[in-house]
Design a protein around this ligand. Structure first.
Ligand code: PMT
Length: 400
């Protein structure tokens, strides 16, 4: 089932480390080549020989081991891995990863890796609920790491609460799902637009909106992780774009229009997650506009509707996915945009609803098809939603 899959299993120093032995065995029996990295603390809980016996592979514990072909261990494991799984993931490894600290074999491998990484936190409830740990977990989710929430129950420290390692069959199923998804977008070129455009009034002022770019970046990251080539056309955001994407920065709707149309013919799938200004100041002052009259009248002109243009020029193999950010009549407005812009799918979000506002880590969406079918998804992280959207779009692309 997992034949030809290379999995690096990282074990860190928590009491649940002993459970990782069963997981190592299950993955090996399923056909995966499993390489175990143990931190120093993990070796206090369970010995490397156990994993060596269960996986039939040497266990990696030291940073400066030279492998065949002169490749150092962390680079070798990082580049060969289809998936890295950390079981259990302690507060320490989560903190190190969230802040780019690389001081042992496991943390350096994680930083060098570009493959999917699944983290399975397990720790004392107090530690898990500590705002610092929660902030690290949120940051990691934002960066595209997959995280399985810990289970709630009896903990080795004698307390009851969230912090238990989830059931191993749940972790195993998640690993299988992730491995299947690793290359299902391979060979496809995806264009994503993200962020809110800025329409300048003068050298220091602009009109914009509250889009953070999180939804678009999550889509770009998910597509990259699943093997697609990604062209990300991004309005300014406060975030680093995903590594591996071809990033084109724009500010104004007009610039986004030009860049999207320049690159559109290369794209098999376009996700228009950007919040594009519908109107832009007719004139941009060369100097700062001075305060004078009580009322200042601003003349605005319509920007080009980029998605509408794409819909007009859609090639037979292309899939166009639009977004609809609405504050009222969500379905009705989204359906109208779907038809007007000749889209294959529209993702509709009510941006006044708590949990789906601009800038949030989560979203609540309805996915609407041209035949009227609607899939309503519950509130979820944008990083998770991005994968749901990719799951729904792929069959449309295969039908073309
Ligand atoms: O960035 P985040 O903070 O994560 O927030 C995510 C989001 C709310 C911005 C995102 O989920 C979303 O809904 N993006 C689309 C926002 C928007 O501009 O919607 P709209 O209903 O005004 O436009 C409909 C579609 O036409 C969109 O795909 C938009 O990109 C596109 N459009 C709009 C105007 C224009 N001139 N050109 C366009 O291509």
């Amino acid at each position: 089932m997992l034949t030809e899959k290379f999995i690096t299993l990282g074990i860190t120093g928590g009491i649940a480390a002993y459970k990782a032995a069963e997981l190592a065995s299950t993955l090996t029996q399923a056909g995966a080549e499993v390489h175990v990295i143990m931190t120093r603390a993990a070796q206090k809980f369970i010995r490397p020989i156990t994993f060596q016996a269960l996986t039939g592979q040497p266990v990696h514990t030291a940073m400066f081991t030279r492998l065949t072909g002169w490749r150092v261990a962390h680079v070798d494991l990082a580049t060969r891995s289809d998936l890295i799984v950390i079981v259990p993931a302690t507060a320490n490894i989560l903190g190190k990863l969230a802040h780019g600290i690389a001081d042992d074999l496991l943390s350096t491998t994680l930083l060098a890796a570009t493959c999917l990484v699944l983290l399975c936190p397990a720790m004392n409830t107090g530690m898990y609920q500590n705002p610092i740990v929660q902030a690290n977990i949120n940051r990691l989710k934002e960066l595209g790491y997959c995280i399985i929430e810990p289970a709630t129950g009896w903990l080795a420290c004698g307390q009851e609460g969230p912090g238990r390692l989830p059931a191993l069959d749940l972790i195993f199923n998640q690993i299988k799902d992730l491995l299947i998804k690793i290359s299902d977008w391979q060979g496809l070129t995806v264009m994503v637009t993200a962020g809110g455009t800025k329409e300048p009034l003068d050298p220091i002022r602009h009109i914009s909106n509250r889009s953070s770019g999180k939804m678009g970046y999550a889509l770009a990251r998910a597509a990259l992780k699943r093997g697609a080539q990604v062209i990300l056309i991004s309005a300014p955001t406060g975030m680093s774009p995903p590594a591996g994407a071809k990033v084109i920065w724009v500010e104004r709707a007009r610039e986004m229009y030009e860049q999207v149309l320049t690159h559109a013919s290369k794209a098999d799938v376009v996700f228009k997650a950007a919040a594009v200004a519908d109107y832009s100041p007719r004139f941009t002052a060369n100097q700062k506009i001075k305060k004078k009259d009580e009322v200042y009248l601003l003349e605005l002109e319509k920007t080009p509707d980029i998605l509408f243009e794409l819909g007009q020029r859609k090639q037979p193999h292309q899939i166009l996915v639009g977004f609809a950010a609405e504050t009222e009549n969500l379905e009705e407005n989204a359906r109208r945009k779907l038809a007007q812009k000749n889209l294959d799918l529209i993702v509709a979000n009510d941006v006044t609803q708590p949990g789906s506002e601009f800038g949030q880590d989560t979203n609540i969406v309805k996915i609407i098809y041209p035949d009227g079918k609607i899939i309503s998804l519950p509130q979820m992280e944008k990083t998770v939603l991005a994968h749901h959207i990719l799951d729904l779009v792929l069959p449309l692309r295969l039908k073309k």
